[in-house]
Design a protein around this ligand. Structure first.
Ligand SMILES: C[S@@+](CC[C@H](N)C(=O)[O-])C[C@H]1O[C@@H](n2cnc3c(N)ncnc32)[C@H](O)[C@@H]1O
Length: 281
């Protein structure tokens, strides 16, 4: 029987170099506890590139234009866990409070909504928002809704654009909505639940690294969902992002963050609305 060669050792110095690079490029803070994870997840890239050490990989990343490799590395080192209607109480709030107010304010006019899912992973968050809006906005009224969904990972964005999911992925979607907004395509095997064209058309996916000094969109957004992304960033980066989200939100806009992501230590003028939701006023 053939034995696989063991992954090379990841020295403290190599880990420090790689961590610094990752923090600079995408904000993710790889603490000491993540050393084994970094070693395991990058071992395959080393093998594929024929490199003998993590130090050689670091040098490879730094020499020449390695944008594609950098994207691959950030992809394997970040967490992409997500689910449909994650933190359901936020979706209840949107439907029962935010949209009711929005509809009241719109009077008989057109209902315009601009939404951004920042760090959308494989698309579940953006499609959940689209389905919720389809269900909540009244028929017979004109609405103009656009959802922008961005992520760092090109692999996640490809999955999101495909919009096909397994039975396990769609288990949190209310059955009536699953029936209405998804179709089953048995030729796709296990990932046979396909997002309907109506829902797909509402969402545009694009690659965006939140660490970039300038973002292409000008806003204003009514809703920004940036959930379970900033949790991996240090407070200085979180502070910068929250300031940037504030500037891009409309006057009565709302920012949703993840359950475990408080604003402690972050200077801000947001009003806490409960359920990890923050209002601009
Ligand atoms: C845990 S998932 C969260 C998905 C979804 N927002 C949710 O809460 O279910 C985190 C996502 O953030 C993305 N991400 C991490 N750092 C990023 C950065 N600097 N810019 C953009 N996206 C980033 C990752 O690629 C990953 O898909």
């Amino acid at each position: 029987m053939q034995t696989l060669p063991a992954a090379p050792e990841l020295t403290e110095e190599e880990f420090a170099d790689i961590s610094q690079l990752v923090k600079k490029e995408c904000g993710i803070n790889l603490t000491e506890g993540k050393k084994e994870l970094v070693k395991a997840r990058l071992a395959r890239r080393l093998k594929e590139l024929g490199l003998r050490s993590y130090g050689a990989y670091y040098e490879y990343l730094r020499n020449g234009d390695r944008t594609d490799e950098m994207i691959l590395m950030m992809d394997v080192l970040s967490t992409h866990v997500t689910q449909f209607f994650r933190q359901p109480e936020q979706f209840h709030y949107l439907r029962q409070v935010y949209l009711v107010q929005k509809l009241g304010a719109a009077g008989a006019g057109m209902i315009k909504l601009r939404v951004w899912s920042a760090g959308c992973a494989s698309g579940e968050e953006a499609y959940s928002l689209a389905v919720l809006l389809c269900e909540s906005l009244p028929l017979g009224r004109t609405w103009d809704v656009r959802i922008l969904a961005t992520d760092l990972s090109t692999r996640m964005l490809a999955q999101a654009r495909a919009g096909t999911y397994t039975a396990e992925d769609v288990k949190d979607i209310p059955p009536a909505w699953l029936k209405k907004y998804f179709r089953w395509d048995k030729s796709r095997g296990a990932a046979g639940y396909c997002v309907s064209e109506q829902v797909k058309k509402m969402v545009s996916f694009a690659r965006l690294n939140l660490m970039e000094a300038s973002w292409p969109m000008r806003g204003p957004f009514d809703l920004i969902f940036c959930r379970n992304v900033m949790i991996y960033f240090e407070s200085d980066i979180r502070q910068q992002l929250i300031n940037r989200f504030w500037s891009l939100l409309a006057g009565n806009g709302l920012l949703a963050v993840g359950q475990a992501e408080g604003f402690s230590g972050i200077k801000n003028d947001f009003k806490y609305l409960g359920y990890s939701l923050y209002g601009k006023k």
